[in-house]
Ligand binder design. Structure first.
Ligand code: NAD
Length: 367
């Protein structure tokens, strides 16, 4: 059954539709649009499509420097203020599309078809662009929601296990952040790497509805929405410190385990909270177990480099690291950690404990 609902943003309302076969509909209803597409998926377009810009879905493509050639290409294709942009791809294409659509001739309308599970359960709503500058991940960006989001579940068929796992890590993070009830309902939906379309649709809709609460109450990341950074500050350092061999969603999964270790080591959790978080990280561990190559990656991590990347995160303040951790009964909170040698040591200790724990789990599976 197709699902459809609206998201409220300060720029207006936009429709989210979840179904199969939406790509063909979108190409028909946006004939004449410029298509910005993940290079890997370009074969999904009809042979005659002429106004196509291909983007290689690697981190270096969503950079300030790489935005300029895309803007120039739009101009070469004759795009004007009323031209519509149809973006088809995962989070990389989305970040590029959001940014480019917002600046081209001071803003053109655009539609987004997410093609990764991560894009479907999380990033497709909320309107954020996050653009890298040199070595700094997601350092610049803005808010510029699409006119519509079309989630075509057919794209899930060609995803690798790692991409499904990354998407499920983001989805469970959102539901956990929303409430204990939402988290339990999410687990009851039995999210899995090889979900049939009906189950995938339930997971996608549940996760987006949970995220809707955050982005409608706090569109511009001032308070509640910041909790969705759970796993991210720790995770971004893991991505950057491995030259993105650990992908975004997987890094967020590991980041949630680091946050749990931090909370335990610093006695932030009551017994009920410990149980609650263990349920979450137990689920994440089961997902990460499906990635046998992760054990080697984790064992060869350079903790000094990871801590350095963590230190560089844009979300910190001059005198404080800012992290989202579970506290008390397990609810998430944004906390400050003094940016001192001692503060750095507590962060490092949490990374080490989580990495050793996860490397062991993955290693056991390999024996
Ligand atoms: N702006 C936001 O709100 C937001 C939120 C979360 C993540 N992000 C960003 O998104 C990026 C990660 O995005 P992602 O994980 O969605 O994917 P991605 O765009 O990085 O793509 C991952 C890989 O999957 C491939 N791929 C995409 N769709 C496919 C399909 N249907 N079948 C087979 N292969 C496919 C791509 O070619 C690429 O190799 C990160 O840069 C992250 O920072 C942005």
């Amino acid at each position: 059954m197709p699902e459809s609902f609206e998201i409220s943003a300060s720029s207006g309302r936009y429709q989210v539709t979840v179904d199969s076969g939406l790509l063909a509909d979108a190409l028909r209803s946006h004939a004449g649009a410029v298509i910005l597409i993940d290079d890997r998926l370009a074969d999904a377009l009809p042979a005659g499509e002429k106004k196509v810009i291909r983007v290689t879905a690697v981190e270096s493509s969503k950079s300030l420097e790489q935005a300029a050639p895309i803007v120039a290409k739009l101009r070469e294709l004759g795009a004007h203020r009323r031209t519509h942009l149809l973006a088809i791809g995962g989070g990389i294409v989305q970040d590029v599309a959001t940014f480019v659509a917002s600046i081209y001739m001071r803003g053109i309308s655009w539609s987004y078809l997410p093609t990764t599970l991560l894009g479907m359960v999380d990033s497709c709503v909320g309107g954020k662009s996050s653009i890298n500058v040199y070595d700094y991940k997601n350092l610049v960006g803005n808010f510029y929601p699409p006119a519509e989001v079309l989630i075509d579940l057919d794209f899930l068929r060609s995803l690798k296990a790692e991409q499904m796992i990354g998407g499920l890590c983001e989805a469970v993070k959102i539901c956990y952040a929303r409430s204990a009830e939402e988290f339990s309902a999410y687990l009851a939906d039995a999210p899995a790497i090889d979900m049939a379309p009906a189950r995938a649709e339930r997971i996608v809709v549940r996760s987006l509805r949970a995220k809707q609460w955050f982005i409608e109450i706090d569109e511009f990341d001032q308070k509640e929405r910041l909790l969705l950074n759970f796993g991210h500050t720790f995770g971004h350092a893991l991505e950057a410190g491995t030259e993105f061999r650990i992908s975004h969603g997987v890094a967020v999964g590991i980041g949630m385990v680091v946050a749990e270790e931090y909370a335990k080591q610093n006695a932030l959790l009551a017994p009920a909270g410990r149980k609650c978080v263990e349920r979450l990280t137990g689920h994440v561990e089961l997902l990460l177990k499906e990635l046998p190559q992760l054990a080697d990656e984790l064992r060869s991590l350079d903790i000094d480099l990871i801590t350095e990347k963590f230190d560089n995160d844009k979300k910190h303040q001059a005198d404080q690291y800012r992290i989202v951790v579970p506290k008390g009964n397990g609810a998430l909170e944004l906390v400050g950690v003094a940016r001192t040698e001692q503060g750095r040591m507590t962060i490092r200790k949490a990374y080490r404990a989580a990495i050793e724990r996860l490397a062991k789990i993955n290693q056991l599976l390999m024996i």
